[in-house]
Design a protein around this ligand. Structure first.
Ligand code: ATP
Ligand code: MG
Length: 355
């Protein structure tokens, strides 16, 4: 039976980059004899303009019934004056909640031909291939909060962090499973020297590790991890951490790759998982046909790998991206003198040629 992919182009460059990724998916599907069906749905500002809501019920229902969701980007200054509860960004929050997206996976891999784009020295980033597994629905972001209260004659605010054992077990299992598909190494990141939630986290991850003899587990404090990412990023395979630490470390790790336009992500769900580039809708370049489509193309490869278990097709896409880059194709965000200037379409064609 055909597998169904819901495509949500969204706003800004969303349409350009998802068009490109779908072309690549179609080529890979042809080569590997996969039966894929695509269903297009609205979300974000585009949906607000058409239906008065950033996440129509029909979009969410289609996502729930699909095998995977490919998401472009939402947002843009056009909707700055829209009431906060109806802003484009609410679409992604609604999808996270509606699909139960409890984990965010962000791989950071630096192609040999791109080491010079990293803010770190090329010899430090050569061979970097890691993935951050961030818990997405718990921790301090969703604990009780107080915006303001009177305290000892002054004002204070607070945010409560809590994690339950099942919440940690679920994300830890995902990290170990991910490591099994890779180099078999998990680094669990916490602040167990000061935080009670981190001590429960560490204890629970160690318990889960007993079911994964083939995977090596290390624990690292978050401050040290932040430093290690800058001094020796090649030491990492899978990093698993809570919501707040994961948010910060994901952005730090993403810069190692050089351009925001290159980076994919997966949000793993209780029913359907969602795949999107880490960048936003880039309104400044929307409609010009110059956006880098690689982050979205690599997100489509992750969809094949994690939602459809089509490892060979996923790898073929990733290898085709590496080959296009090695040939010298560079979109504007990556361009250096002496390389081949590519717009979105050129880069897409270069990738297609290698599948
Ligand atoms: P959001 O709030 O949705 O994350 P943002 O304001 O953080 O959005 P982005 O939309 O990610 O920002 O864009 C940041 C900068 O990176 C912009 O200058 C944009 O043009 C550039 N950029 C983002 N994505 C791409 C891409 N795929 N190709 C080229 N440039 C990009
Ligand atoms: Mg942003």
């Amino acid at each position: 039976m055909a597998k169904k992919i819901v495509v949500i182009p969204g706003d800004g460059i969303g349409k350009e980059i998802t068009d490109s990724a779908v072309e690549v998916l179609k080529k890979a599907a042809e080569k590997y004899s996969l039966e894929l069906e695509y269903e297009y749905k609205d979300a974000g500002g585009t949906a607000y303009d058409k239906f008065g809501t950033p996440l129509p019920e029909d979009t969410l229902e289609a996502c729930k019934a699909a095998d995977g969701v490919l998401f472009g980007a939402v947002g843009g200054d056009k909707w700055d004056n829209v009431e906060p509860s109806l802003r484009p960004e609410k679409a992604i929050l609604g999808l996270r909640k509606g699909l139960g997206l409890y984990a965010n996976l962000r791989p950071v891999k630096v192609a040999d031909s791109l080491t010079e784009y990293s803010p770190l020295k090329p010899e430090l980033v050569k061979g970097v291939d890691l993935v951050i597994v961030r818990e997405l629905v718990g921790g301090i972001y969703f604990g009780d909060k107080c915006e303001s209260e009177e305290f000892n004659g002054t004002e204070r605010a607070w945010d409560l962090e809590n994690y339950s054992i099942p919440e940690v077990e679920r994300i830890a299992k995902l990290a170990f499973e991910t490591a099994r598909l890779r180099r078999g190494k998990v680094t669990s990141v916490d602040k167990a020297n000061v935080l009670a939630t981190s001590r429960l986290w560490r204890r629970t991850v160690a318990e889960v590790a007993k079911d994964y003899d083939d995977v090596e587990l290390n624990n690292l404090y978050v401050d040290n991890t932040a430093m290690q990412l800058a001094v020796r990023p090649t030491q990492f395979d899978v990093i698993v951490t809570g919501n707040l630490f994961g948010d910060i470390l994901s952005d730090e790790a993403a810069v190692i790759g050089g351009s925001i336009g290159m980076m994919p992500s997966a949000s793993i769900g209780e029913c359907t998982s969602l795949y999107e580039p880490i960048h936003g809708s880039a309104p400044d370049i929307a409609g010009k046909g110059i956006a880098n489509p690689i982050g979205t193309i690599l997100s489509a490869a992750m969809l094949l790998r994690y939602s459809l278990q089509e490892e060979a097709a996923a790898k073929a896409i990733e290898d085709a991206v590496d080959a296009a880059l090695a040939e010298g194709w560079r979109t504007a965000d990556l361009w250096h003198e002496g390389f081949k200037k590519a717009n979105t379409e050129d880069m897409t064609r270069a990738v297609l040629a290698h599948i």
